[in-house]
Design a protein around this ligand. Structure first.
Ligand SMILES: O=P(O)(O)OC[C@H]1O[C@](O)(COP(=O)(O)O)[C@@H](O)[C@@H]1O
Ligand SMILES: [Mg+2]
Ligand SMILES: [Mg+2]
Length: 336
């Protein structure tokens, strides 16, 4: 029986897609795979290993950092620092970017942005969480220290992006601009195997995903779109089904597989929305577009937004293209 191809084999086989490839991006993806395995191992025994609960400090977002946020952040940084593929890293859990300026790193050509633990509010309650990553080629000269400009690039400049979802099974899903591919972790063998090649999202789906608890704070156009989703009209599959896990990675993954839309709008409580452009929205936008879907801030394509700050937030509309078009139409109608 033909066995599934491993992530490592797939990365090497697909290196040929990049005529200029020297293997650094492949090695970098392998480093992310390793760090993902290490975080996965900790998450699986979180309750036992006394790594649930708050770490007692706040991050740059003003959120109480969870112990696993800190642990995952440390594991990704130490793994990527041990290898020479990147010259800098930025993370949700750190105010400033890190410059890797020693000999093995200063000539590296890539920078990484990570959300080391996505869905932090779900860690303690055994609900799926994840890790999100975005990779750019530096704009500064190799051999010089990376600068903030190396991170503040528009999403369409990403060379790779992906996520790990630590759920009923652990998966790594990524793109390098040649489709979206999903790999399932086999803990018995300790390897990721190709289980979802060339993932495509439906043009139109039956699931809408939004925290309706924020309804009173939402723009009129979003309120009207939610009401539209809930109306009875079999001809347009309505009412749609509401699903909201509260972990972006898990809600995104479900919608990618089944079709649907995820929305985190701006609101009176969060004037620019909640999600961060650089290490949440950009990587998910790259993935959903590569899978045939769409991602915007309600008006502008996410990957065309020029970032100005490391931790800036944007409203996020992401998923099946016809559903995002529909939601955007409501925003235009109510001039939101
Ligand atoms: O609880 P809310 O306001 O609905 O927010 C949930 C959203 O916030 C997040 O938890 C933010 O990500 P972090 O957990 O990485 O901070 C998303 O994963 C999720 O979609
Ligand atoms: Mg997050
Ligand atoms: Mg996070």
């Amino acid at each position: 029986m033909e066995r599934h191809i491993t992530l490592g084999e797939f990365i090497i086989q697909n290196q040929k897609d990049f005529p200029y490839a020297k293997g650094e991006l492949s090695a970098l993806l392998s480093s992310i795979r390793l760090a993902g395995k290490m975080v996965n191992q900790e998450i699986n025994k979180a309750g036992l290993a006394n790594i649930i609960g708050a770490a007692g400090v706040e991050n740059v977002q003003g959120e109480a950092q969870q112990k696993l946020d800190v642990l995952a952040n440390d594991m990704f940084i130490s793994t990527l620092r041990k290898r020479g593929e990147i010259c800098g890293l930025a993370s949700e859990e750190m105010e400033e970017h890190i410059v890797f300026n020693d000999e093995i790193h200063s000539n590296a050509r890539y920078v990484v942005l990570i959300d080391p633990l996505d869905g932090s509010s779900n860690i303690d309650v055994n609900v799926s969480v994840g890790t999100i990553f975005s990779i750019f080629r530096r704009v500064s000269e190799p051999g010089t220290p990376v600068t903030l400009e190396d991170f503040l690039q528009p999403g369409h400049k990403q060379v790779a992006a992906g996520y790990l979802v630590y759920g009923t099974s652990t998966m790594l899903v990524y793109t390098t601009g040649n489709g979206v591919h999903g790999f399932t972790y086999d803990p018995g063998i300790g390897s990721f195997f190709l289980s979802h090649p060339n993932m495509r999202v439906k043009e139109n789906g039956k699931i809408y995903s939004i925290n309706e608890g924020n309804y009173v704070h939402m723009p009129e156009g979003v309120k009207k779109y939610i009401k539209w989703c809930q109306e009875l009209d079999p001809a347009t599959n309505r009412p749609l089904t509401s699903r909201y896990i509260g972990s972006l990675v898990a809600d995104f993954h479900r919608n990618l597989l089944k079709g649907g839309i995820y929305i985190y709008p701006k609101g009176t409580k969060a004037p620019k929305g909640k999600l961060r452009l650089l290490y949440e929205c950009n990587p998910m936008a790259f993935l959903i577009e590569q899978a045939g879907g769409k991602a915007s801030d309600g008006h502008t394509r996410i990957m065309d937004i020029l970032p100005t700050e490391l931790h800036e937030r944007v409203p996020f509309f992401c998923g099946s293209s016809e559903m995002v078009d529909q939601a955007e139409a409501f925003l235009r109608e109510y001039q939101d």
